[in-house]
Design a protein around this ligand. Structure first.
Ligand SMILES: C[S@@+](CC[C@H](N)C(=O)[O-])C[C@H]1O[C@@H](n2cnc3c(N)ncnc32)[C@H](O)[C@@H]1O
Length: 281
């Protein structure tokens, strides 16, 4: 969850970018962001879980900063006995919850540092959550090997080629399988990543696809987030062979005061913060 969201700074660099970044801002389209994701998440894994772990829950399935839980939303359907793949799983809280529901769930993530946090949670809870380190764009699984695949803010915002994530999800799902993913609502890209009223004035073209990046002293991109319009997301899904069944835009619940990056009750009352795509193959 980002726009320097659940994990980073924002398009207007408010809140502040990673302190060590030499540059933070919008790069030209086509800038090489391939090395960014894994490195940043490895280095920030423990801090990320320390900051957001209590909200996410060690063995709970949270779709977004609005706090929508799978126990309530049931977007994956009945998971008992189903083969479920989590992509960009982080500390695998969602998969841990799914295993407890009887799913045959596997959590994958490109960052060994994030998956190590899953082992920490397992050790603490006495649970066993299967994890595999893998880039979402090259999954180490056979064709047709899952009934359901999903990600809650994993992988897709952080890669230039999200179409390849969708193609891999389509490849490993059986025909009729379900693919569900949450991302920052695309409309947010036009606004400052600021949870106060400052974040309610559009300052950038929604159609500007340049990625937000941070670079180190050598000019290497250490963190990247990529914007896609709603139409871009749908186009990539359809090209990968999916049918879009539902598009959820969770509302901000009354009494929910937690601020996460640019998300919070002030903007939540006015703007959508999350988009959840529910698709079938
Ligand atoms: C915001 S976290 C989402 C995880 C979890 N749902 C959460 O809310 O904490 C983003 C995750 O995506 C992972 N990620 C980034 N790029 C990836 C890629 N190319 N393949 C797989 N995972 C990736 C990161 O390592 C990180 O664990």
């Amino acid at each position: 969850m980002t726009q320097r969201s659940p994990g980073g700074p924002g398009p207007d660099q408010t809140p502040a970018p990673t302190p060590s970044a030499a540059f933070a801002g919008f790069a030209e389209e086509g800038v090489d962001t391939r090395r960014a994701g894994r490195l940043w998440w490895d280095q920030n894994a423990a801090d990320y879980v320390a900051e957001h772990g209590s909200f996410l829950g060690a063995d709970d399935f949270c779709w977004c900063p609005e706090g929508l839980r799978e126990s309530e939303a049931r977007l994956l359907g009945d998971v008992a006995g189903r083969r479920v793949l989590e992509i960009g799983a982080g500390a695998a809280q969602c998969s841990r919850w799914l295993v407890a529901q009887g799913a045959r769930s596997v959590a994958t993530d490109v960052s060994g540092g994030m998956l190590a946090q899953s082992l920490v949670l397992d050790a603490h809870l006495g649970t066993t959550t299967p994890v595999v380190q893998a880039d979402a764009r090259a999954l180490p699984f056979a064709d047709d090997s899952f009934d359901v695949a999903f990600t809650a803010f994993g992988a897709i915002p952080f890669v230039a080629d999200a179409d390849q994530v969708h193609r891999e999800a389509a490849r490993v799902l059986r025909p009729g399988g379900r693919w569900v993913f949450s991302v920052t609502h695309p409309v947010r890209w036009a606004f400052p990543d600021d949870p106060t009223t400052r974040g309610l004035t559009a300052i950038r073209p929604y159609f500007d696809r340049r990625p937000y990046v941070e670079t180190d002293d050598a000019g290497i991109v250490t963190y990247a987030e990529h914007h896609r319009t709603l139409g871009d997301h749908v186009g990539e899904l359809v090209a990968a062979g999916f049918r879009l069944e539902r598009l959820l835009e969770p509302t901000w619940p009354p009494g929910h005061d937690r601020v996460w990056g640019g998300w919070g009750p002030v903007r939540g009352a006015v703007l959508p913060g999350t988009a959840i795509f529910v698709c079938t193959l």
